[in-house]
Design a binder for this molecule. Structure first.
Ligand code: HPA
Length: 260
């Protein structure tokens, strides 16, 4: 499904849990609630608004998906990547995906903003499955040149930007300490329940991808404390102004592709 909205954009942004603030930065915003997009999955998770906002930021036409759907809500891989196909249909060349994650690497602290350098898909799902499946290369699923744009923007703002590999699990329960030790052993620095299917779809559609994660908690068993969804959302809220500042600084510097 690609609704014929007649909207065009050069850069796309997917906002995760509690990070909706950035959508308010766009000038001349045009908002479409997901419920008005036929067949579009409505996110039911706490902390996720559900709307497409198209507007301008620093001369770049930006389409923001404020809120995403997840496998753990019962949606399929096709449904959770519907928004990526929508952005592609609008002409988006560069995609910034954001999320919240648990920090596995010892140096990652709650509130840290982290550049996703690569991912490990442990969701047992793939949006490309089907007849005539494509075989996209994933060697640089998270674009090096876009990562450099992000690093420069962060340095200018004086924001520390960490780096790490994101492992995606299905959820909705948080991981066990044994699962976190396993994820660490296989090379994961961050763990979350979203993003990778979107990034797979975006790569298949030849979009250039940048991923930034807000670490909301130390992963299970690493801090001695139990994980609570409310606390995860609260750390996301505390980091949101800084996160929105960073996204605002990055977006105008992303390649806009061929003008629409
Ligand atoms: N695990 C999985 N997903 C998450 C976490 C976590 O610890 N924190 C935020 N999203």
């Amino acid at each position: 499904m690609e609704p014929k909205l007649g909207l065009r954009a050069q850069v796309g942004v997917v906002l995760g849990s509690g990070l909706g603030a950035f959508a308010e930065e766009l000038s001349n915003p045009f908002t479409v609630p997901y419920k008005d997009l036929e067949g579009f999955p409505i996110s039911t998770a706490a902390g996720h608004a559900g709307k497409l906002v198209v507007g301008n930021l620093g001369g770049v036409d930006v389409a923001v998906l404020a809120g995403r759907s997840h496998l753990y809500e019962g949606y399929s891989a096709a449904q959770v990547t519907e928004g990526i196909r929508l952005l592609h249909g609008m002409g988006v060349a560069s995609l910034l995906v954001t999320n919240a994650s648990g920090g596995i690497a010892a140096e990652l602290e709650p509130g840290d903003l982290t550049l996703i350098t690569d991912h490990i898909n442990l969701q047992g799902a793939n949006p490309l499955i089907g007849p005539h499946a494509p075989f996209p290369d994933m060697t640089e699923a998270y674009s090096l040149r876009l990562r450099n744009v992000a690093k420069e923007a962060a340095a200018e703002l004086g924001i520390t930007l960490r780096e790490g590999v994101y492992a995606a699990v299905v959820g909705p329960c948080y991981e066990t300490p044994a699962e976190i030790r396993y994820l660490k052993a296989i090379g994961a620095d961050l763990v979350g329940m979203s993003t990778v299917l979107e990034v797979i779809m975006a790569n298949a559609l030849k979009m250039e991808v940048l991923g930034i994660s807000c670490v909301t908690n130390k992963a299970a068993g690493l801090s001695g404390a139990k994980l609570q969804h409310d606390e995860v959302l609260e750390v996301g809220r505390q980091a949101r102004a800084r996160f929105a500042d960073l996204v605002k600084a990055i977006v105008p510097g992303l390649p806009a592709g061929l003008a629409a």
